[in-house]
Each structure stands twice: as C-alpha cells, then as structure tokens.
Design a binder for this molecule. Structure first.
Ligand code: SF4
Length: 399
C-alpha cells in the first residue's frame, strides 16, 4: 500500500509549496466551517483553482468541515456543501456526527474522513465510524505507538496519523480553555491558544497577589507543549499499514510547509526503499523552521514533563524566508521576493529535492536590469548566479 504524505495548505501559496516539495495530498479549508478560522483559507473560486492544479499533478485535496456545529449552522452549511459538491474535493474532513449525517442525508457522495478533532482513541470507535460509512479515520494525537499498532491490526479502515507539528496540551476536541478565557470556541476554529500563556497562582483571599510559578528565573509555561516530530518512527508507521502521514500547520508560512514537506518526503522515500536511518540533515533542516522544540508526544510512551517547553512559548526560528525562485536562464536567477535582502547577505537556496546552495549577494537587479541596493517584499528581482537552480526553490537567510 502506498503511504500518503499529507501537508497543510492554508492558502494557494502554501498549497503550491506543499506540492512542489513532494506532498501527495493537502488539506485545506473554506472560509467557514474549518478549524483554522484565522488562516487565509480558500474561497470557492480559489478551491476550483486549487483542485484543478492538484488533480492536474495527480495529487489529492481534502477539505476540512470539522467544526462542532450548532443548530443555526445547518442552513448555511447546506449552501456551502452544495458548492463543495461542485468543487468535488477528494474527501471532506468531519468531526461532528451531526455534520456527518447532514452530508449523507443531502446525498453528497464525497468520501468522508473523520478528523482528529473527533478524538478517536480506540479501535471500536474506528469501527463505529467505518460502519457509518467513513472512509478514513484521523487518529487522536494522544495515542502511543502500541495503541496505534493495536488499532491498525484490528480494523480495515484507512488510518491517518499526525507525524509533525503543534500539539494541544488537552485532548483534541475536548479543550475549552479558549472558550473559558476568551469566549472563543476552539471547536469552531477560534482558539486563542491560552495553553501558550504564562500563568501565576492567586490564593482566593489575597486577590491581586500573583504568586509566581517557575522552574527558573524565566518563569514557566506549564501547558506549553513542544511540537511533535516523529521522523524516527515513519518506517514503523508505514509497516503498521498507516495510509496517511500528516503534517500540522495551516497557519505556518509557505517556507515551513516547503521545508517540513520536503524533509518528510525524503524520510518516507528512504523508508519505502528499506534504507531507513535518520539523516542528520533532516533534523538540521527541521530546526531551521519555526518550532517550540520537538517531542515525540504520546507516541513513544505516555507524554510527561519532557513534552512541555516550560521556558518559553515563543517559537524557535532558524531562518528568514526571503524569496521563491521563479526561473533560471542564461545565468539569471529570477525570484519573487518575500523578505528584504541586502547587499552582502549570505543566503541559502533550498531546492525541492532538498539540495542546499549558498549565494553571497554582491549584486541585485530589478527586472529592468537596473542594480538595486536591497529588495522589497512582493517585487521580482534577479541575481547573476552560475548554478542552474530549479523553479520553486526557496531562498532564505539561516539565522
Ligand atoms: S488552548 Fe491549546 S490545547 Fe486548547 S485547543 Fe487551543 S491550542 Fe489546543
């Protein structure tokens, strides 16, 4: 069975980055009813463009409709689903049994995947959804390796497992921190991430006295989970028969999507060839994109204090995203600028095959051939460069 690399697509630029760097499929959302309300997401017109591009390249796309709905949602949801039926995605990702029934009652025959938000933690729950007609189950991120293995051995349904990205400290689909603090419902895509905040303790008869909770002089972030990274375990997940390996991060940059997708493409290809050994380069590259330092989460064992980053909830970021290569011809490396580049900068170029090149900036030209001293985001420029660099390679500054 071919295993699928499934990447996040928060907008069209990220979708292109995912497919250029080796994703087999992407997941994306419309403007409503998905769980990342603050990502750019896709209009219906953009979805037509996205699916035409995906299918022309033999890739798949799944649309998230994974809110927990309220009664008042169904009118608008019906209208939206009728539009999606015309777009014809390869699957809908759903959490709510009511939404599941509504889709089937409406005779929308698009396959349904059950979202991790439905918090499926056992093989009987998988069978339950399969009996109702779900084609794939995205397992809860709170499962250990042995639990995943047991489920895989005891069901016939397609299974999808998260291998990389941010983790919730609470069980997926059961967290109400954001609802409680901000009246923003995480099960409707509005999470304000209070698990990343810094907390103090207040004794009830001493209002206003904030007692520190700290590990060291920087304080602590007691709910702040590190990010999941399971590259070491990709081979065994494939051996278990997991159909799809998923990367989290629709709100991350297109550089993040490109680098993480490119690394996992190499990991999966190596595992499929039976040559699996963790390459130090993969770890180094994963450390160049934003992360909260890495953990295996619940996979290797129950998560414990080593899964939490107590020191800071800020991202560690190892690079600045500066541009995307648009063409190479006759010694001219054309690129679309994403961040300011100055004379004298030392840049890295990373190709979709994950080859790395260094470029020292001695001259920058605008498209009229005029020399400029620095670049401005969203304009196009070129460098003179003697290596033929493939289109869609990314240009960045390693920090
Ligand atoms: S507050 Fe944190 S744990 Fe809760 S849903 Fe939001 S991101 Fe997840």
């Amino acid at each position: 069975m071919k295993v699928e690399l499934l990447s996040p697509a928060g907008n069209m630029e990220k979708l292109k980055a995912a497919i250029n760097f080796g994703a087999d499929a992407v997941y994306l959302s419309g403007k409503d009813f998905g769980l990342r309300a603050s990502a750019d997401n896709f209009t219906i017109e953009e979805m037509y463009e996205a699916f035409s591009l995906l299918h022309s390249k033999g890739k798949k796309g799944y649309v998230t409709v994974n809110i927990y709905a309220r009664n008042y949602d169904f009118n608008e949801l019906g209208f939206y689903l009728d539009q999606l039926k015309e777009v014809s995605p390869d699957a809908l990702i759903v959490s709510d049994p009511g939404v599941f029934k509504f889709i089937r009652d409406r005779k929308i025959e698009i396959p349904i995947h059950i979202s991790t938000q439905a918090n499926i933690t056992n093989y009987m729950a998988v069978k339950f959804w399969q009996q109702l007609g779900a084609e794939r189950i995205v397992l809860a991120r709170e499962l250990t390796r042995e639990e995943i293995r047991f489920i895989a051995e005891n069901v016939k349904c397609e299974l999808e497992v998260f291998v990389h990205g941010a983790m919730c400290i609470s069980h997926s689909g059961r967290c109400v921190l954001s609802n409680y603090f901000n009246k923003k419902d995480s099960n409707r895509g509005e999470c304000t991430h209070p698990c990343r905040w810094k907390y103090h303790l207040v004794e009830e008869t001493r209002p206003g006295e904030y007692l520190p909770v700290f590990e060291d002089e920087r304080g602590t972030y007691i709910y702040n989970s590190k990010d999941l990274c399971l590259i070491e375990h990709v081979g065994e997940l494939i051996d278990m028969g997991i159909k799809s390996l998923k990367i989290e991060g629709r709100m991350k940059s297109s550089m993040y999507t490109a680098v993480v997708t490119g690394v996992y493409r190499q990991v999966i290809d190596a595992a499929l060839k039976g040559e699996f050994k963790v390459d130090e380069k993969w770890i180094r590259l994963l450390n160049t994109v934003s992360n909260r330092t890495y953990t295996k989460g619940f996979y290797a064992d129950e998560a414990d204090e080593s899964s939490i980053n107590y020191k800071t909830s800020s991202y560690v970021r190892g690079s600045d995203f500066l541009g995307v290569v648009t063409a190479y011809k006759d010694g001219r490396l054309n690129f679309h600028c994403k961040g300011k580049i100055n004379m004298g900068d030392k840049l890295q170029i990373l190709t979709p095959d994950m080859d790395e090149f260094i470029l020292k900036v001695d001259e920058i030209y605008d498209l009229n051939g005029e020399k400029v001293e620095f670049t401005k985001p969203n304009y196009d420029y070129f460098f003179k460069y003697d290596i033929d660099i493939p289109e869609n390679s990314i240009i960045r500054r390693i920090l």
